[in-house]
Design a protein around this ligand. Sequence first.
Ligand SMILES: NC(=O)c1ccc[n+]([C@@H]2O[C@H](COP(=O)([O-])OP(=O)(O)OC[C@H]3O[C@@H](n4cnc5c(N)ncnc54)[C@H](O)[C@@H]3O)[C@@H](O)[C@H]2O)c1
Length: 339
Amino acid sequence: MIRFALLGAGRIGQMHAANIAGHERCNLSWIYDVHTPSSEALCTKTGAKVARDPGEIFDDAQVDAVFVASSTPTHADFIVRSVESGKAVLCEKPIDLDIAKVEECSKKISGAKTLIQIGFNRRFDPGHGQVVEAVRNGEIGDLEQVIISSRDPEPPPKAYYLAAGGMLRDMTIHDFDLARFALGEEVTQVSAFTSNLFDKVAQEIGEIDSAMILMKTASGKLCHINNSRHATYGYDQRLEAHGSLGMLRSENRQPTNVERFNANGSHWRDACEFFFIERYRQAYLQQLEVFMDTLEQGKASSVSFEDGRRALILANAAYRSVETGQAVTVNYENPLEEL
Ligand SMILES: NC(=O)c1ccc[n+]([C@@H]2O[C@H](COP(=O)([O-])OP(=O)(O)OC[C@H]3O[C@@H](n4cnc5c(N)ncnc54)[C@H](O)[C@@H]3O)[C@@H](O)[C@H]2O)c1
């Protein structure tokens, strides 16, 4: 039985708490949130203890693993404290918005054997995962192109935009990771265009609501990511891989698979699952399952700190491309030189 503590009892923390508390392989012993009413409410639901300070969790020898689901600026420090106290850590994306902070964190944890898994849940979506597995098994021959579509159902409120730190580092970061995962090799060049096409709130604060990114690997494989902060038909999440022997596609999910036909049209279904909690329900559970397997079997992390670091480096390269109007060569070794 793996004993978890949860940091952060917000939107995603509440879902992770339910997944941990409801799983037969683990239990949830502590919850800490700076906003105590949030942790108290979640502890009442899950039976966990309220931590008044994160130190209570890091000092508790009974805790095996820490799930970091608190606000982004807290992640790097909580990763370091988990590693220092010898607790495995499953940390939500992104590690941080600032690559300098990620590099500092990387130095502090360098050489540690503690398991760190970053919450890039899309890798664990059954559809997306199967596309990548089929690519690796050679089902479409030589992989040539990867296309990732990721559109939110509706724009977030102003407060979210202001805290999120920019679409490419907050939202597209999932797609940069999925691109690396699907391509199976490193991206070497990034070219990006961003736009504000429809959201007045984003426009008011100088934020974007749409993006298209093209990337190339050293061997010449190509990847296209497209993002929007809205889609009238729900949360649009698709992955396509094209190769010498065919094409693979992981499609959107609808609440039911009922197909409708009438005088105005044929063959349409429910709108897509509304947002990430519904669309990636299985992926979040599978991510937890894999984390526990990895911990129990002492294996290497399937989504490492370095994966989190590299996704942020790609986001920074995309911002640089937007600023300069040029394709950017990605510098994984010394990303601070690019700032
Ligand atoms: N993987 C995904 O699909 C996914 C989806 C949504 C959010 N996220 C990530 O999860 C994190 C949380 O997002 P959210 O939407 O739940 O945000 P949220 O604002 O709803 O919740 C964040 C919680 O963290 C708490 N918090 C802030 N500082 C803290 C600290 N020092 N210690 C403990 N708790 C603290 C806040 O009080 C709040 O309850 C973000 O990093 C976000 O990028 C990932």
